[in-house]
Design a binder for this molecule. Structure first.
Ligand SMILES: Nc1ncnc2c1ncn2[C@@H]1O[C@H](COP(=O)(O)OP(=O)(O)OP(=O)(O)O)[C@@H](O)[C@H]1O
Ligand SMILES: [Mg+2]
Length: 448
């Protein structure tokens, strides 16, 4: 039996040392070293070593853009631009968010006319089958492989040569050549490396599920994120109704696009049209509302911002925000006091983003100010108007990114007016949408 030895591995970058260190000399991370046991005789040997082909002139390399193919799930394709042969994709997200559901749906969709392997180390075949039954999945091309041993998995893949490979999850796989437990830095790195080099060698796409840490980062060494071509992250809104699929990295497609889904009894359903998902239907006039043109990837959709001001019963008035940063709301309230003479020091201020979205785009500032001011003054809100612009501490309204796209889509969605930052008044609006450029929040509020 090979002799084992203890090493310390940085969980961030995989840097190896024989002594524990407080700070990683490679990536600079503090407290990232974890002790692992490895067998030195085996470390140099890969389970699956693909033979090198030697140098080849770049113009002799065969490649075709048409080799890209669809997952058959529209919103998945939208987020990652379809699949390229040999592409390694890592899917991560909070426990219970729907990683296995999305992966099983994708595997089933891809298994029509293809042999798809689904390595389910986390659940039994019966559990996966029961989920498949709930999701209404029946396909003959989908094969379950309930095994955690990397060597068995590799030999099965070598023998059966599937067309696509799924593994749920990376943290349950282990190589018997290492004494450390599944999920440890060494095992995660090894499993990722083996499966990726195997799938690249065979030219087949690989989808890996990965857990995340308490801090929300992908569990395991950072090197795994470098090894894969695409990193996808699935998250939810504050109410857990929607699932939003983002790509944090993609070597073959833009990372701007996102996919929207709802989670239900029959799994994840893509939402093609999200233009009404984040607004309410109001009968008649309403105050305390502003409509913000949110942009995600190439999609613009209106989001309703609600503000409420009430006389405060407390010594310190309350500020509560659902969907925006509370510090940002406090700052905007302070700017409103100073620049608009709004008496907010005696008012509790609540802000809510309809539909439970969390928005970090600073272009939202002006819409928040509109909603709060409209509630404070009981002035009806203009629901045919979109409002956007970043607010500065001196009350100035600053430019926002992707203005043209926001205007075009807002027009298409039926909005009539747009309150925009003055500095961007040169941008030609689409016919039928009138733009109202404002230099400051005072000018903006005058249009309310
Ligand atoms: N019978 C059911 N009806 C409706 N929704 C269900 C049902 N069973 C599970 N779900 C939904 O599926 C979610 C679990 O999905 P899934 O197992 O795909 O998540 P996961 O991200 O793979 O979780 P884990 O990290 O634990 O593996 C649940 O949180 C729930 O929302
Ligand atoms: Mg799962």
């Amino acid at each position: 039996m090979a002799k084992t030895r203890s090493v310390f591995l940085c969980q961030e970058c995989g840097y190896k040392t024989t002594k524990w260190l407080g700070k990683c000399p490679q990536c600079g991370e503090w407290n990232s070293f974890v002790e692992e046991v490895e067998s030195p005789a085996d470390t140099a040997v890969s389970v699956h070593d693909t033979p090198g082909t030697g140098p080849i002139a770049i113009d002799k390399v065969e490649y075709s853009e048409s080799s890209r193919f669809s997952t058959g799930i529209g919103e998945f394709d939208r987020a990652m631009g379809g699949i390229v042969p040999g592409q390694a994709v890592l899917l991560s997200g909070e426990p219970g968010i729907g990683k296995s559901t999305l992966l099983l749906q994708t595997a089933a969709s891809l298994s029509v006319g293809r042999k798809v392997f689904y390595i389910n180390g986390e659940e039994s075949n019966a559990q996966v089958k029961s989920r498949a039954a709930r999701l209404g999945i029946k396909t003959a091309g989908l094969y379950l492989l309930n095994d955690n041993n990397l060597e068995h998995v590799v030999s099965q893949i070598d023998t059966h040569k599937p067309d696509i490979l799924f593994a749920d999850s990376l943290q349950t796989l282990y190589s018997p050549r290492y004494a450390s437990l599944p999920g440890s830095v060494l095992q995660v790195r090894e499993s990722a490396h083996e499966l990726i080099s195997l799938s690249k060698g065979l030219g087949i796409p690989l989808f890996l599920v990965s857990h995340i840490t308490k801090g929300g980062d992908i569990a395991g060494p950072k090197i795994v994120e470098h090894l894969v071509d695409t990193v996808l992250y699935i998250e939810t809104d504050s109410r857990g109704y929607y699932r939003i699929l983002r790509s944090l990295k993609n070597r073959f497609f833009s990372t701007d696009e996102v996919g929207f889904f709802t989670m239900g009894e029959s799994g994840l359903t893509g939402i093609e049209d999200i233009s009404t998902a984040f607004t309410s239907i109001h009968s008649g006039e309403v105050s305390g509302v502003a409509i913000f043109p949110m942009i995600e990837g190439n999609r613009v959709f209106p989001v309703e911002i609600q503000g409420l001001c009430t006389a405060s019963q407390f010594n310190y008035p309350r500020r509560a925000a659902d969907g925006i940063d509370l510090n940002r709301l406090s700052m905007l309230a302070a700017i409103m006091e100073k620049k608009l003479g709004a008496n907010l020091s005696a008012s509790d201020v609540y802000v809510n983003i309809t539909g439970g979205l969390k928005i970090e785009d600073p272009a939202l500032d002006l819409a928040v100010i509109f909603a709060v001011y409209s509630s404070l003054k009981n002035k009806p809100s203009a629901l045919d108007t979109i409002v956007f612009g970043e607010a500065g501490l001196t009350g100035e309204v600053r430019p926002v990114f992707r203005m043209e796209k926001r205007l075009q889509e807002s027009k298409r969605l039926g909005f009539k007016r747009a309150v925009i930052p003055f500095q961007q008044k040169g941008i030609k609006p689409p016919d039928g949408l009138s733009v109202l450029p404002v230099k400051s929040i005072e000018e903006g509020i005058a249009l309310l």
